[in-house]
Every structure is written in structure tokens, then in C-alpha cells.
Design a protein around this ligand. Structure first.
Ligand SMILES: Cc1ncc(COP(=O)(O)O)c(C=O)c1O
Length: 431
């Protein structure tokens, strides 16, 4: 027997089960646009290169920061033993505090327990759970996404097998909101459609509706019985005030909508690596809330079991400890103000350099991103000639613009746009 195996069979079996044959049909997945920017940035040896791709706040050296509120919370939870029983308590505290942040400290839905909330793997995980929930309980529904939106929204709902439609949002000429077309799309969507909305600091455009416009959107949603699903990835970054940035959600709440929220603490607490997020869905009563929560938990349990506990313990501590929370509010204000200052500085510098183009949108837009209007060619030139990296759509992560690099950036933008203008003039002249 031994001899038989060793002589022939084992070698031929090994040959047939050649490891290559299993994966020959697997080709590389398309690159995520932001990761592609980071890869190009990392491969560039230039000492003064700038990464304006990733939507994260950086210090003046371009390094990620740890907020003081996080350090304080770390100190308070350092001795905690994260046993199973502790995790349930921490998780419910986290969910309640997160819900208060979006729906309001004194909100009736939170007080009366009329919401189903679970911790999620950051904003991405919260969107993914909701997409799965939508598919399971509304199998024939679609998701309406703003055009443009965070590129991963398309992937998330596609992987949950929910077909998507887009609705008008941005107007490239005004570099602002295309409100009329947006309202038309909301009106023309079939009654009872699911819409994804960014309540503040829209990614990638930095263009948010005004309060009056949100009011009109909410009223039309009421007439059409649409479901608003808010992706809250940058609360605090638009105005520097966490309450102010929840205004769109509160308008919908006051109008009596049932709504959903995906919250992320990656940016406003700088906890990107901890993957801390919350998914909440408002319900008509507590019985519904219990049912929906159990379904969401079941979806999560088959995807990844349960999420890690350390990050949510940090967030719970920051949100529930008055002194630490006050530090956090100040730090959010500081980051948002810094970004606003950088916007003003880039615009001023471009105007001082004599750029003939209109750069007003840099300061009109809000939040982490500036949808600059730079063309793909100009973006390429910035990378090749100036070692400045951003996504092809011309989106600048303002979090990466610092007092040290802002003049260099403005000068580079001026150079590439002037070059492109000259090329256009030359092209028109010779045509
Ligand atoms: C609009 C929007 N939603 C969700 C996310 C996901 O964030 P997180 O890192 O919390 O998963 C992002 C991140 O870029 C985003 O811009």
C-alpha cells in the first residue's frame, strides 16, 4: 500500500491538482480610486509630495493626528476588561449616544426607544448592513444615489444586489447644487423609493443644500413617501458644530419621517483604524424596533460575527463623559475652522497670482472636500510636475492642505490651469 502510493498515484494526483488551475479565471479587481492615489503617492520619492486623495484630517507635517479627547478616553478605559457581558452594555450605551448625536439629545425617538440601532464596522459597514436589510425586506426596491457620490456607495449597493439609479445633485457650471433637477428626480421617482442623502459636507462635491432647500426636499419626500437614508460620515466638518451639521436630519425628523442613518466616527474622531460606526433605523413603535434590530443583528452575525469593542468603548466614553465631550467639540471646531481657513488661503493665493478663473466655489463649498473643477489632464499634470496627488475627478481633500503646503499647492494649480488655458487657446487658434 505504502509503496503503491509513493510510487505512482500520489505524484500523478499532485500533477492534476496543479495549484494554478483553481484561480486562472480570477483577474485583478478594479482599483479603488482613493487607494490608487495613495499607491502613486507612496511610490513617489519626492520629499515635498502631497497626498490630497484620502479624506482624512492631517497635521502640518501631513501626518494623521490622535485627538486629545481620544487620549483622555483611552486613559479612562485602560483598565477595562472587555468580557462578553461588558460588551453588551458598552454596545447599547454606544448606540444610544450615537443616536442622540444625530436625532438630538432630547429626541423622542431615542427616549421612547423607537429606533433599531446596532454598532457597525464604521460608515462603510453601516451602509452595507442597510443595503443588505433593504434587499432582504424590499427585494424589488432600488437605491437612488446622488450624482456624484462617494464611489463606494455604488459598490456597496451593487454587492447587496440592489439596483441603483442616480439623481441630479451637482451642477458643473455653477459648481453648486442643481436643485431644480434634484427636485424633479425626487418627484419622478416611483412613490416609496429609497434615497441616499449626505446630510452635511457632501463627498465629493462639498456642496450641501441650504436649510430652506432641505425643508422643500423633506416636504416632497413626504408627498412621495420616499425613505431617506442619511450617510453621516462628516458630522461637524461642514460648520464646526455637531448640532448644526445634524440640521438636515432634524428637519426630516420634525416632518415625521421614518429615516435611517449610517454614522461614522472615522473622521470626526480620527478613529479611522478602529472602524467605529452605527446604523440606526427609526420605527413607528418599540415592537417594530425590536424586530428590526434582531434582523440587523442577524445580518451582521453572518457577515462578521460581531465588531471589535475597543473603538466603541472609546466613542461611548467621549460621548457620555461631559468633560471629554467638551474637548471633542472644541477639536471638531478646530479642525473645521482650519479647513475653512485653508480654503480661503488657497482661493486668495490663486487670485493674488492673477488666475483669470473663478475660484469662488473653493470657499462656497464646505467640509472635507473641494470639488475643484480641475480636469483629468490638470490632475495628471499636478502629479507629474508637482508631486501633488488627488482623484481624477479633481476632488481635493482639504484635510491634507496645511499651512506649510498651501502656497505651493495654489501655485501649482495656477501653473497647470494656466498651461491648460494656453493649450486651449492654441488649439482654438489652430483649428
Ligand atoms: C460619504 C461617505 N460615507 C461613508 C464613508 C465611509 O467611511 P468609513 O471610513 O467610516 O467606513 C466615507 C469615507 O470616505 C464617505 O465619504
Amino acid at each position: 500500500m505504502w509503496r503503491y502510493l509513493r510510487r505512482g498515484i500520489s505524484t500523478s494526483t499532485r500533477a492534476r491538482a496543479s495549484p494554478c488551475s483553481w484561480w486562472d479565471h480570477v483577474t485583478p479587481a478594479p482599483k479603488d480610486p482613493v487607494n490608487a492615489v495613495t499607491e502613486a503617492f507612496l511610490a513617489d520619492p519626492c520629499p515635498y509630495k502631497i497626498n490630497l486623495g484620502v479624506g482624512a484630517y492631517r497635521d502640518d507635517e501631513g501626518k494623521p493626528i490622535v485627538l486629545q479627547c481620544v487620549r483622555e478616553a483611552e486613559g479612562k478605559i485602560a483598565a477595562t476588561n472587555f468580557l462578553e457581558s461588558t460588551s453588551t452594555a458598552v454596545s447599547s450605551k454606544f448606540v444610544e449616544e450615537s443616536a442622540k448625536l444625530v436625532y438630538g439629545e432630547d429626541s423622542d425617538v431615542v427616549k421612547e426607544g423607537r429606533f433599531a440601532g446596532i454598532q457597525a464596522l464604521s460608515g462603510t459597514g453601516a451602509c452595507r448592513l442597510f443595503a443588505e436589510f433593504q434587499k432582504r425586506f424590499f427585494p424589488d426596491s432600488r437605491i437612488y444615489l446622488p450624482d456624484p457620490t462617494w464611489s463606494n456607495h455604488h459598490n456597496i449597493w451593487r454587492d447587496a444586489h440592489v439596483p441603483e439609479r442616480t439623481f441630479h445633485y451637482y451642477h458643473p457650471d455653477s459648481k453648486g447644487l442643481n436643485f431644480v433637477a434634484l427636485m424633479d428626480d425626487v418627484k419622478n421617482a416611483p412613490d416609496g423609493s429609497f434615497f441616499l442623502l449626505h446630510p452635511c459636507a457632501h463627498n465629493p462635491t462639498g456642496v450641501d443644500p441650504s436649510d430652506e432647500q432641505w425643508q422643500q426636499i423633506s416636504s416632497l419626500f413626504k408627498v412621495k413617501n420616499h425613505f431617506p437614508f442619511f450617510d453621516v460620515a462628516y458630522q461637524g466638518f461642514a460648520s464646526g458644530d455637531l448640532e448644526r451639521d445634524a440640521r438636515a436630519i432634524r428637519i426630516f425628523l420634525e416632518d415625521g419621517h421614518l429615516i435611517g442613518c449610517a454614522q461614522s466616527f472615522a473622521k470626526n474622531m480620527g478613529l479611522y483604524g478602529h472602524r467605529v460606526g452605527c446604523l440606526s433605523v427609526l420605527c413607528n413603535n418599540k415592537i417594530q424596533a425590536v424586530a428590526i434590530k434582531s434582523q440587523l443583528q442577524q445580518i451582521a452575525s453572518t457577515m462578521y460575527g460581531s465588531p471589535p469593542i475597543h473603538g466603541i468603548a472609546l466613542v461611548s466614553k467621549i460621548l457620555s463623559h461631559p468633560d471629554i465631550r467638551a474637548i471633542w467639540h472644541k477639536e471638531v471646531k478646530f479642525m473645521a475652522t482650519h479647513v475653512q481657513r485653508m480654503r480661503a488661503t488657497v482661493r486668495e493665493a490663486l487670485e493674488k497670482l492673477g488666475s483669470p478663473l473663478n475660484w469662488q466655489h473653493i470657499t462656497n463649498q464646505v467640509g472635507m472636500f473641494c470639488f475643484s473643477g480641475l480636469t483629468p489632464n490638470e490632475v495628471d499634470l499636478l502629479a507629474k510636475e508637482f508631486h501633488i496627488y488627488m482623484t481624477k475627478d479633481g476632488r481635493i481633500s482639504m484635510g491634507g492642505v496645511t499651512a506649510k503646503n498651501v502656497d505651493y499647492l495654489a501655485n501649482a494649480i495656477h501653473e497647470v490651469t494656466a498651461f491648460d488655458q494656453d493649450a486651449k487657446i492654441l488649439h482654438n487658434f489652430s483649428a
